[in-house]
Design a protein around this ligand. Structure first.
Ligand code: T5A
Ligand code: NA
Length: 215
């Protein structure tokens, strides 16, 4: 279709949300749906645990290593920067990139630690200049609905206290942020997927109207 014409750039679609909101499930369904429509699509997720920086993050999340709050924050950010250029190239070449967690998770989880020298403002700084999403889908789920999807795992941050602060901070930043669609992720997988497909179709249509050309 028209959207895959080489003169059109791809869209950068970010999916954010609380733990067990269904981000990865929805990203996969969106990728398949866009592919069926003829788009060239890539699905990536952060943290990317496969790179050397990603391995440090993985070990930290599993509790196998300790990191200063600021250090791990900068590693999460560096993990995005090391892939930033390839995201930009993909988009410029007409590939639509779906990203599972991005800068928003980055700032929210770090700021939720309530470290006095790690404010939201501090946390945003290293994110400035990363490829800017065309749309962010925030999958919102109540603690009650999330609890129905099984207990917390063993990873760092998977505890009630941290999750409560994360939920509050996501709310705080998304109230002020434009280009964010808040999706009720407590519905069935198919209902959520349908809503996401609609929002993404609108976003891609807007890009086409704007004549978003290859950079
Ligand atoms: N982090 C991350 C930072 O601190 N800084 C950063 O910069 C970044 C990028 C790892 C941790 O790192 C932190 C945040 C995290 O604490 P992760 O690897 O993305 O991040 O976390 P995951 O554990 O993979 O992801 P989640 O637990 O948040 O799960 P998802 O992807 O939201 O949910 P999903 O799709 O895996 O589904 C969970 C379960 O629910 C079911 C699924 O089948 C599955 O069993 N489900 C539904 N059930 C009913 N109705 C629906 N609508 C459902 N949708 C899914
Ligand atoms: Na996930």
């Amino acid at each position: 279709g028209q959207s895959t014409s080489p003169t059109r750039r791809g869209a950068l679609i970010v999916v954010e949300g609380l733990d067990r909101a269904g981000k990865s499930s929805q990203c996969e369904m969106l990728r398949d749906s866009l592919s069926r429509q003829g788009h060239v699509v890539k699905y990536i997720r952060f943290p990317d645990r496969t790179t050397p920086i990603g391995k440090l993050i993985d070990s930290y999340l599993r509790g196998s290593s300790h990191q200063d709050d600021h250090s791990i924050h900068l590693l999460f950010s560096a993990n995005r920067w090391e892939i930033a250029k390839s995201i930009e190239e993909d988009i410029a070449n007409g590939t639509t990139v779906i990203v599972d967690r991005y800068s928003y998770s980055g700032v929210v989880y770090s700021a939720a630690k309530a470290n006095p020298t790690l404010s939201l403002e501090w946390a945003w700084r290293p994110e400035i200049g990363l490829p800017r999403p065309d749309i962010c889908l925030f999958l919102s789920i109540s603690p009650e609905e999330a609890a129905k999807r099984g207990g917390f795992g063993a990873e760092r941050y998977e505890n009630g206290e941290m999750q409560t602060r994360v939920r509050e901070l996501f709310q705080t930043i998304f109230e002020k942020q434009q280009d964010v669609s808040i999706i009720d992720a407590g519905k069935s997988i198919e209902e959520v997927s349908q809503e996401i497909r609609g929002v993404v179709a609108d976003c891609i249509a807007r890009l086409d109207v704007a004549g978003a050309l290859r950079k």
